[in-house]
Design a binder for this molecule. Structure first.
Ligand code: IMP
Ligand code: MG
Length: 211
C-alpha cells in the first residue's frame, strides 16, 4: 500500500547551494498565475480575431524544459509543442558565449505560416538568445508571436528587451535549478538557487567541479 509521507525539503542541506531565491511552492504558484494570464489573453485574442486558432509553444531547450512542462499543464487550450535547441553557455561558462542553434535538435518545420506562437525560455539575460529565436521564428512567417520567460535578470539589456510574459524578475546573479544549469548540472534542483562560489572555482575538490 502506498503511504503518503510528509514533504521533506532537502535543498537547504545541499552543500553547493548558497541561497534559495524561489522555493518550489512559490514557483508553482507563479507559474499557475502566469498560465492564467496567458490563457485569459489567448481567450480574448481568439474571440476577437482568430476563432479556430491553436496555440503552438516553442520552448528553447535545454533550460526551459521544466518550466514549460509545468506551464502547459496549467494551460487549458488546444496547443502543440515545437522544440528549439539553442546553447550559449558551453560547459562551465557563466557568461554567454553567444547563442548557437544546435543543429539537428528541435523539430521546427520550415514554415510556420499562420501559426500562433508562444516562444518560451528559461531566463532573459543579455537577450541574445531570445533575439535569435525571434528572428528564426519570424522567418517562418507565423500569424502571431509572443514571448514568455521564467526569469528576467536586472540588467539594462534584459529590461530593454520586449517580452510579453515574465514569471520572476531577479537580481543580476547566476542562478541554477528548476531546469537552469551550471555546467549542465543542477537542473534537477526543485528550487531556483544561487550557488556557492567554490562551485565555480576550477580548483575546487568537488564532484561537480567544472572540467
Ligand atoms: P542570453 O542570451 O544572454 O539572454 O542568455 C540566455 C540563456 O543563457 C538562457 O537560455 C540560459 O540558458 C543561459 N543563462 C543565462 N543566465 C543564466 C543563469 O543565471 N543561469 C543559468 N543559465 C543562464
Ligand atoms: Mg537556455
Amino acid at each position: 500500500m502506498h503511504v503518503a509521507r510528509p514533504h521533506v525539503d532537502e535543498s537547504p542541506t545541499d552543500p553547493d547551494i548558497a541561497a534559495v531565491l524561489f522555493d518550489r511552492d512559490t514557483i508553482a504558484a507563479r507559474v499557475k498565475s502566469l498560465a492564467q494570464r496567458i490563457a485569459d489573453d489567448w481567450r480574448a485574442y481568439t474571440e476577437a480575431e482568430h476563432h479556430a486558432a491553436d496555440l503552438t509553444l516553442v520552448p528553447i531547450l535545454t533550460g526551459s524544459f521544466i518550466f514549460v512542462a509545468d506551464l502547459i499543464r496549467c494551460l487549458p487550450m488546444r496547443l502543440q509543442i515545437r522544440l528549439l535547441s539553442i546553447s550559449s553557455y558551453p560547459g562551465p561558462a557563466t557568461t554567454s558565449r553567444g547563442p548557437q542553434v544546435q543543429a539537428g535538435l528541435g523539430n521546427l518545420p520550415a514554415s510556420l505560416e499562420g501559426a500562433h506562437l508562444l516562444l518560451v525560455d528559461d531566463i532573459l539575460d543579455s537577450g541574445r538568445t531570445l533575439a535569435m529565436a525571434v528572428d528564426l521564428l519570424r522567418q517562418r512567417r507565423p500569424a502571431s508571436l509572443r514571448t514568455a520567460v521564467l526569469l528576467r535578470k536586472d540588467r539594462p539589456e534584459a529590461r530593454a528587451f520586449p517580452v510579453d510574459y515574465v514569471c520572476f524578475d531577479i537580481p543580476d546573479v547566476f542562478v541554477a535549478g528548476y531546469g537552469l544549469d551550471y555546467n549542465d548540472y543542477y537542473r534537477n534542483l526543485p528550487d531556483i538557487v544561487t550557488l556557492r562560489p567554490e562551485v565555480f572555482s576550477p580548483s575546487a575538490p568537488h564532484e561537480n567541479a567544472p572540467c
